[in-house]
Design a binder for this molecule. Structure first.
Ligand SMILES: C[S@@+](CC[C@H](N)C(=O)[O-])C[C@H]1O[C@@H](n2cnc3c(N)ncnc32)[C@H](O)[C@@H]1O
Length: 271
């Protein structure tokens, strides 16, 4: 790992069972069935804005419980989508959704180990990812590998959760990451850009989504504390919901300062 990767990795190396049924239940109550990240179909459309997936082969890194992976085929016209994830329970849900929606012939879900992508060079037209690369600390190796599996002329289109700087995280950030209890390997927009450039990408664009998510997260917390509370408890249990109300408060603090800065990423493999 590069030495400038300051330690938001306090929670340790990625391990199985981070996205438990309770956490999946809570996140899907907030964000919609099959969605383990914010913004729903509209935010996915914004990540993909101007990119035509019709007839394309797409890799979805960190597909979670599959709502977005299926939407890439059903709503965005991708010919074939492969969703990969490191955890079993989310993939079980994703596969069941693909069967139920009659999309299993166009969308495949595959469990992978953290590390190199298990695909041949130039396998995909588009690599997509939504709020999952945060779990992969070695951004340089990740983008080299994404570049490798893309066909010449192919695009990376992603959203991810970044930290504003690569120095020591603030006490508030450390508190937030500890509350999440997930293996976060956050890095700055500057480090993402350098890693994309070093991998060989062109037309690199990073778009700060902090102003958007700061507003959305405030509304999510209000929902969780109010109208959604009982539904969330039914889906996830009181302990998980009460803990996550604390997590959302901690997250809002670092969204307000701008230290937590989700971004959209776009880059093209020349050719
Ligand atoms: C916040 S969820 C997002 C899921 C989905 N993209 C969405 O937006 O609904 C992050 C996902 O990344 C997965 N993940 C963590 N480390 C990974 C890795 N090294 N490779 C692929 N997926 C990983 C987690 O298991 C989890 O399902």
């Amino acid at each position: 790992m590069a030495t400038d990767t300051a330690s938001t990795e306090a929670a340790g190396a990625p391990h199985d069972g981070e996205y438990t049924d309770a956490l999946i239940g809570l996140l899907e109550t907030l964000w919609g069935e099959g969605y383990l990240s914010p913004g729903g179909a509209e935010e996915v459309a914004r990540v993909l804005a101007g990119l035509d997936l019709a007839g394309r082969t797409v890799l979805d890194i960190g597909c979670g419980s599959g709502g977005i992976t299926l939407a890439l085929a059903a709503d965005h016209g991708a010919a074939r989508v492969v969703g990969i994830d490191v955890e079993g329970p989310v993939l079980e849900k994703a596969r069941a959704r693909a069967e139920a929606r009659g999309l299993a012939d166009r969308v495949a879900f595959r469990r992978v180990s953290p590390g190199p992508l298990p695909f041949a060079d130039e396998s995909f037209d588009v690599v997509f990812s939504k709020d999952a690369m945060i779990h992969i600390p070695d951004k340089e190796a990740l983008f080299r590998d994404v570049f490798r599996v893309l066909r010449p002329g192919g695009w990376l289109a992603a959203s991810d959760w970044l930290i504003r700087h690569d120095g020591e995280p603030s006490p508030e950030m450390k508190h937030y990451v500890a509350m999440e209890g997930l293996s976060f390997g956050m890095a700055s927009p500057a480090r993402y850009r350098r890693a994309l450039e070093a991998a060989g990408f062109a037309d690199i664009a990073l778009t700060d989504r902090n102003p958007w998510y700061r507003e959305v997260a405030r509304a999510e917390l209000a929902q969780l504390e109010g109208p959604l509370y009982e539904r969330a408890v039914a889906a996830a249990g009181k302990k998980t919901v009460d803990h996550n109300i604390g997590t959302w408060r901690a997250m809002l603090a670092v969204l307000e300062t701008g230290e937590h800065c989700p971004h959209h990423l776009r880059a093209r493999k020349p050719g």
